[in-house]
Design a protein around this ligand. Structure first.
Ligand SMILES: [Ca+2]
Ligand SMILES: [Ca+2]
Ligand SMILES: [Ca+2]
Ligand SMILES: [Ca+2]
Length: 485
């Protein structure tokens, strides 16, 4: 058995298979329909809806993919190791067939002609293919796509009714009508689309919808990671089915065994794929024990919905995580988990200075709590948290460092210096603790003068080195505090 499809209407199962011929020692391709009257636990009938006598096929290049689209069954037929069949419209081999679920040829097929009888020709939907393992409908453009294996070149193509894909036994012919060719061959064996029409998009983010995924099996029974195959690749197609990007590595084998990726299907909660070969082999390629695996996305893994796993983004440095909480910092800010009062795109807990508010009502008053957290190397250093009502640019140069506060002639700076560590500003001058931390509180009393509304104050601090004549060794970022009525 090489292909399977479930009829969404009846629940019946359609299976592509090879069976030993009754009249010779050859294997004959066919399609079997299985029904069940007990919800799929057992089969109540088994009917061969299409037999293709004399169209001998063997261990590869045989009948493979089945898909039901619009109530009709599409069946992929390999060329049976005889490239001449692909160009012979009287053969079932080397074709994509289309049939009714009864097994009858679809009357809309391009070479359908009931007058001269029903033969292989009437079943042909398109032709000139070699070994078209993988096929799937892309709902966004209504076309089916195929991946197929060539001698040394593999092909990814969009399927068009009546088209001859021109396989003639040469590698060169595998590049006809190709969206992409693998050269050297990578063994693309299955194809699936993540799309809203298939189980609501498999739980994948919006950025992944409409993308194709291809299992690339690679070399036969290869051990360990491989440069070719043993992976699932991702492909971006545009609205018209043109390839925009791909192959993009999606799942790659990193183990020490023999398993590779083969079967592939979009499910309600992810992409499912099967292994070819038991991974811990040792007993040869035919030993039982290959597994069914699933690739899931959850919003917890992709907080920014960009289709990339956050942990990978952080690990590769493509997204910062300055606060070390395992979420990209952009998500920390977007969710409100972190503040960015100084508007530099970075969570303020990663700055040397943060605060619990950036706005205060003069009528209501409030306490503004500042947290000082420079590098640990500054533990124990004296600090001085000051402010300005005249902005941050160009700032003030102190001992060669630029503090982002305009201090010269500034009235708020003068007030703070006069009331340091008093009722207005508590602990704005002191020593950092052993963890290089300190906090300070600015008290804005209720019923403050409403004439100040509209002013934005800024606060920042400097550190001193007591061992070097109290030279200023550090100037922090500045935080705004807007005064409102
Ligand atoms: Ca006919
Ligand atoms: Ca992400
Ligand atoms: Ca973070
Ligand atoms: Ca910030």
């Amino acid at each position: 058995m090489t292909g399977i499809a479930v009829d969404p209407a009846s629940g019946d199962l359609f299976v592509a298979r090879l069976a030993r011929s009754a009249t010779s020692s050859n294997n004959e391709p066919g399609i079997v329909r299985l029904s069940s009257s007990d919800g799929g636990r057992t089969s109540s009938s088994r009917v061969t809806i299409l037999n293709m006598p004399g169209e001998w096929q063997g261990q590869s290049h045989q009948i493979s993919n089945l898909e039901i689209v619009g109530g009709r069954l599409y069946a992929h037929m390999g060329d049976g190791f005889d490239s001449a069949t692909a160009q012979n419209l009287s053969s079932f081999r080397g074709k994509i067939l289309c049939l009714e679920l009864s097994g009858a040829a679809a009357p809309t097929n391009p070479f359908y002609d009931i007058v001269n009888g029903i033969t292989a020709r009437d079943y042909v939907w398109c032709y000139g293919v070699r070994n078209p393992f993988g096929g799937a409908l892309r709902a966004a453009d209504g076309f089916r796509y195929v991946v197929e294996n060539g001698p040394s070149i593999d092909r990814f193509a969009r399927l068009v009714q009546g088209r001859n894909y021109l396989w003639n036994g040469s590698d060169q012919s595998m590049s006809n009508f190709a969206l992409y060719t693998w050269n050297p061959a990578s063994g693309p064996v299955n194809l699936a689309f993540v799309q809203p029409e298939s189980f609501g998009g498999s739980g994948y983010p919006a950025a992944k919808q409409g993308h194709a995924y291809v299992t690339e099996s690679g070399a036969t029974y290869a051990t360990g990671p491989q440069s070719i195959g043993k992976k699932i690749t991702e492909w971006v197609l545009d609205a018209n089915g043109n390839r925009v990007a791909g192959p993009i590595p999606f799942v790659e084998y990193v183990g020490a065994g023999q398993a590779t990726a083969v079967g592939l299907a979009a499910g309600p909660d992810g992409l499912y794929f099967t292994e070819l070969y038991r991974d811990a082999g040792g007993s040869g390629p035919t030993i039982a024990g290959a597994r069914l695996l699933r690739v899931r996305f959850s919003s917890r893994d992709d907080c920014d919905g960009n289709g990339l796993h956050d942990a990978c983004e952080i690990a590769t440095g493509s997204q910062p995580d300055c606060n070390g909480n395992s979420f990209p910092d952009g998500c920390d800010l977007a969710s409100g988990r972190s503040r960015d009062y100084d508007r530099n795109g970075r969570p303020d807990e990663c700055e040397a200075l943060s605060a619990d508010r950036d706005e205060v009502s003069l009528a209501q008053g409030a306490q503004v709590r500042f947290s000082l957290h420079p590098d640990l190397a500054n533990a124990g250093r004296p600090y001085f948290l000051i402010g300005s009502a005249s902005g941050t640019q160009p700032g003030t140069v102190l001992d060669g460092l630029t503090l982002p506060l305009n201090l010269v002639g500034d009235e708020w700076f003068r007030q703070i210096v006069l009331t340091t560590n008093s009722g207005l500003f508590q602990s704005n001058f002191g020593n950092l603790d052993g963890a290089a931390r300190a906090s300070a509180t600015l008290l804005v009393p209720p019923s403050s003068d409403p004439i100040l509304a509209g002013i934005t104050l800024h606060h920042a601090y400097v550190l001193f080195d007591p061992a070097n004549f109290y030279a200023i060794t550090f100037a922090s970022n500045a935080l705004p505090l807007r005064l409102t009525p």
